[in-house]
Design a protein around this ligand. Structure first.
Ligand SMILES: [Zn+2]
Ligand SMILES: [Zn+2]
Length: 145
């Protein structure tokens, strides 16, 4: 049997999946297929190699629509680049504010964190984001030199 929590999740997933357009589905599939995050440019390039091409503006417009629907999440890098990944992928990054280098964090620090009981009762949690910013080893050595 599904718990109530699972039922809500399934409901959310099935309703939103019906609402998305063919192009959005195409982008979503591309993001799910890739283990890493992708930028709008990456997606544009990937779809360009396929049979169905999509203009860069169309890619960005549809990515925004997917973010709005809570199907993908975006991560803004210090250099202005935006990276996209499916929301269910639980990964976190350390990003250097100086050179923009990002490294994946092993494991999820949020998983062991507890949100206040009251909040968890009033709000159905589906996903979370967490980002760390700082200086990578190279940049911090350069600054201290
Ligand atoms: Zn750096
Ligand atoms: Zn996490």
């Amino acid at each position: 049997m599904f718990s109530r929590r699972d039922q809500i999740k399934i409901l959310l997933m099935s309703t939103s999946k019906h609402d998305i357009t063919k192009r959005q589905k195409q982008l979503l599939n591309e993001l799910k297929r890739c283990t890493d995050e992708l930028s709008g440019q990456d997606l544009h390039r990937k779809l360009h190699n396929g049979e169905k091409t999509m203009g860069l503006t169309t890619v960005y417009r549809n990515l925004q629509a997917l973010v709005k629907q809570g199907l993908i999440r975006s991560r803004h890098l210090p250099n202005g680049e935006v990276l996209y990944a499916p929301v269910e992928r639980d990964i976190h990054h350390l990003t250097c504010v100086s050179c923009g280098e990002t490294t994946q964090l092993k494991g999820c620090p949020v998983k062991t964190m507890h949100i206040p009981q009251k909040a968890s009762k009033e709000f159905e949690l589906l996903f979370h984001t967490l980002e760390y910013f700082g200086l990578c080893q190279n940049c911090s050595q350069e600054l201290n030199a």
